[in-house]
Design a protein around this ligand. Structure first.
Ligand SMILES: [Zn+2]
Length: 231
């Protein structure tokens, strides 16, 4: 999980939909079920570099790509919101399908996991739009994700199942870490990783490509490069 700087303006199709509902006579009810979702999906994917807002797996905008198709997630759970509040763009995130069709709960992650919790357990403080919170996130060499904030640390596993080995998330983050270390070591021995050297690696690993895609699990690269730069 990493900080997401989200666009402040609503996607155009959503704005138009709301305007038309209000203009109708009598006015039509604004609901999540009826709102257009294409613009929202596109905007969320762009803002997030085409990564799940929780686990940083690649998400796709192609509905045929069922295993990766971006799902719209309500940060404040939808079942606790009014119809209109559920269409508030500032509360929406793009997430991966989180193995939602799996019969094993251990394999589910992200909102698919949160969705199987009791309704009163679904609320969480964890929020990738909160920069101060995201500064507390760390990754271990073995790929585990954690937070220096005890409550958030618990929520990473209890609400989103982000340390699930059954879903291969720690393993994939460990691979990202190893790949980075291998790349750096191939260029310079460990004691010689100067700040400019690490900044070059940042350009390569932590910036989006021409089409706006970030590398999967980019938070791992960001965390470790920052960590070594501080030394
Ligand atoms: Zn995810």
């Amino acid at each position: 999980m990493r900080y997401i700087k989200k666009s402040e303006t609503e996607p155009r199709d959503l704005r138009e939909y709301k305007k038309n509902c209000r203009k109708a006579s009598p006015p039509l009810k604004i609901t999540y079920k009826d709102m257009p979702k294409d613009g929202t999906r596109q905007q969320l994917a762009r803002d997030q570099g085409y990564l799940c807002a929780y686990c940083m797996r690649r998400v796709s905008l192609d509905p045929a790509d069922q295993l990766n198709y971006l799902n719209i997630e309500h940060l404040d759970p939808q079942n606790q919101l009014t119809d209109e509040a559920a269409t508030d763009f500032s509360n929406l995130l793009g997430v991966c399908p989180g193995n939602r069709s799996s019969t094993e709960n251990a394999k589910k992650t992200c909102d698919a996991y949160r969705g199987i919790l009791e309704e009163d357990q679904q609320t969480m403080r964890l929020n990738p739009l909160d920069e101060a919170q995201m500064d507390t996130i760390f990754y271990q060499r073995n790929g585990e994700i954690g937070s220096t904030d005890t409550e958030l640390n618990k929520e990473l596993s209890d609400k989103l199942n982000l340390n699930s080995e059954a879903a291969y998330l720690p393993q994939n983050r460990e691979t990202a870490y190893s790949q980075l270390v291998r790349f750096l070591k191939a260029k310079k021995p460990i004691g010689e990783w100067s700040k400019p050297f690490l900044q070059q690696a940042w350009q390569l690993f932590c910036t989006p490509d021409k089409t706006g895609l970030y590398r999967e699990y980019v938070g791992v690269y960001e965390y470790w490069l920052k960590h070594w730069m501080k030394k």
